[in-house]
Design a protein around this ligand. Sequence first.
Ligand code: CAO
Length: 249
Amino acid sequence: MNTPSSGDRPIGPDFSEFGDVEKVAMPRVQQYAARFLAQNWTSIPHVTHHDEAEVDALEAFRKQLSVSEETKYTPLPFLLKAVAQLLLEFPRFNASLDSDGRHLLLKRYVHIGFAVDTPGGLLVPVIRDVDQKSLRELAEESAALSRQAREKGLSLAQMSGGCFTISSLGSIGGTAFTPIINAPELAILGVAAQRWRPCPPQDGAPDSIDWRLHLPLSLSYDHRAINGADAARFTRRLAELLARPAALT
Ligand code: CAO
């Protein structure tokens, strides 16, 4: 039962008036993330732009690669590879706001973080120089970092220096969400679960339907530095790159 003592001031209602309550400690990672997320959510003017990519070819290609090679390919390494290319094409997404409020600091390196759901809370390992790594290297490094995050945790150095973050909830589900920007980064890509949708046939044949696989994309950006048109161009180009997966190796 939660009975506040002197010095233990409740910040909300005393729920014990309504029934039994158990007080449990939040894991340290969660406590740290809570402070960081609250600060970012309240200090950054977020907008989330939603789009989707057709990924039939990507799905077939990654399954074929997973069979022919020993490495397992999920959509994540393809996203890392495509986003790395986009960060070079759209330098504003690979930047931070200068503290003087009048400049952008454009980064000449491409380090990308990705959110990992661990029993203790959310961790974000950063893969360095993603633009210089092969698809296979990215598949292996992201799998190794996810495993380490869940089993042993990560050092601060492994979670520092990111330019952009990817948060993929695709293996769990959902249609879209609003990821919170990982400051001092300016944007974060949320990915939900891919799903088959009926579409008009590409050859225009009447009375027929094509089923195509769609990957939902949710791009949150800092509106102080990035405009909606930039975000729409970014996700459209991402969809183009994901539609030609063989070029992403
Ligand atoms: N749609 C459908 N299936 C997907 C998918 C998507 N968008 N993305 C991945 N999958 C599939 C994978 O292909 C794999 O299936 P197969 O074994 O059949 O190939 C399965 O889901 C499991 O994938 P995974 O989770 O092991 O690997 P991953 O590379 O897709 O993701 C990681 C790794 C670390 C991103 C993920 O495990 C994770 O922790 N996600 C949660 C991140 C999170 O909590 N974000 C929220 C932050 S905001 O609060």
